[in-house]
Design a protein around this ligand. Structure first.
Ligand SMILES: [Zn+2]
Length: 390
């Protein structure tokens, strides 16, 4: 299928479907250094993808993201289908043009938000019916409809429509859910027609190893440009999540990108890279930034605290972001307390820089076969500074 799609594709030099090159595997862990080519440019992996929920990474603009060297961002199908609607975005040239972002884009299937945000949702074989959290209007999201919306938006990577059950779900609930997600993948593949949007399948299975294994076999039996791990960081303890990812990631094809959806903390990223995950997304750095929770090399920093009132130091002495190069903690605290809008931008720039440079450091460590030491040092530092404010 992929060959036919490429031959039918347009004349641009960039590949139509994404193509993954596995450059190096760390000598002593499962960490992988890779390169993902897309129609809108190349992504060096492992990578963190900032979340642009409704067509915007909250509080920052595309020039900020370019300055941070963000390689790819996400858009949420659920939010964009409800407002402003995919037809409008499509009519205006697609999501890249609409939001003025010329680099790679990924859209999710909408399923996760239907399960977490929408009201009166009902899941049937056909799909999920729900009421919009905005105005109560009734919608159906099915495999076909999700792919149609995502193709209209025109992202480089689109996700299969799945069900994401709570991680602690009983086997009796999970088994029929997994079987349906597998059937839904077949329908997604049948509906998938756009050569410049690459479809990734999603492996579910909760915390049951046998179910994860069986579902990975079912999903990976379909030849797709990439595969994702879904259903993690949805209520289980971090150690359970790390163990589940460590078990499941190696079951996915070595020559395809592996995307861990919705994860996580800096320690989650560092740990799961060690298990062979290539791509991550999470609202944590951006959401925490807007709430004044900042990640630093010395631990977390809650900017509203009085101890920073006269603190002339940057948020993080080793950070090279615009915020740390120009502003003191005292000023950032003042902006936050005063409710100045720029506080959100400056905090977001810093937290995104923290995540993106963490992945840069991870890539360098993998290339030099020292990822085990990198991971150990990061975990030790996280343990000592986890709750220590500085
Ligand atoms: Zn900074």
């Amino acid at each position: 299928m992929s060959l036919a799609l490429e031959q039918r594709g347009d004349q641009r030099v960039e590949p139509a479907l994404v193509r993954f090159e596995l450059l190096h595997v760390d000598a002593t862990t499962g960490a992988r250094r890779g390169r993902l080519s897309t129609p809108h440019g190349t992504i060096e992996t492992p990578i963190f993808m900032p979340v642009g929920t409704a067509g915007s990474v909250k509080a920052v603009a595309p020039d900020d993201l370019r300055a941070l060297e963000a390689q790819i961002i996400l858009g949420n199908t659920y939010h964009l289908m409800l407002r402003p609607g995919e037809e409008l975005i499509g009519a205006l040239g697609g999501l890249h043009r609409f939001i003025s972002w010329e680099r790679p884009l990924l859209t999710d299937s909408g399923g996760f938000q239907v399960y977490s945000l929408a009201e009166k949702r009902k899941i049937t074989e056909e799909g999920a019916t729900f009421q919009s959290h905005l105005d109560g209007a009734k919608h159906l999201l099915s495999p076909e409809r999700s792919i149609e919306i995502q193709e209209t938006l025109g992202a480089d990577i689109i996700m299969a429509f799945d069900e994401c059950p709570p991680s602690m779900s009983e086997r009796g609930y999970l088994e029929p859910s997994l079987a349906r997600t597998t059937r839904w993948l077949s329908r997604c593949v049948s509906a998938w027609s756009r050569s410049r949007s690459s479809l990734f399948g999603i492996v579910q299975g909760g915390l049951h190893e046998d179910l994860r294994k069986r579902h990975a076999e079912e999903i990976c039996a379909v030849d797709l440009p990439g595969y994702a791990l879904g259903g993690f960081a949805v209520g289980e303890a971090p150690a359970q999540m790390h163990a589940g990812v460590a078990f499941t990631a190696p079951l996915l094809p070595k020559d395809k990108p592996r995307y861990l959806m919705g994860v996580g903390t800096p320690l989650d990223l560092v740990t799961c890279v060690g298990s062979g995950v290539d791509m991550f997304d999470c609202v944590m750095p951006t959401r925490n930034a807007r709430n004044g929770f900042l990640f630093t090399s010395q631990g977390k920093l809650v900017i509203k605290h009085a101890r920073y009132a006269k603190d002339e130091r940057p948020l993080d002495p080793v950070c090279s972001c615009y915020t740390c190069k120009n502003f003191s903690r005292a000023y950032l605290r003042h902006l936050f307390i005063a409710g100045e809008l720029v506080a959100m931008r400056l905090n977001t720039l810093h937290n995104l820089q923290f995540y993106l440079s963490l992945m840069r450091d991870a890539r360098a460590a993998i290339e030099q076969d020292r990822y085990a030491d990198f991971m150990k040092a990061f975990a030790a530092r996280s343990a000592t500074v986890a709750d220590a404010e500085h």
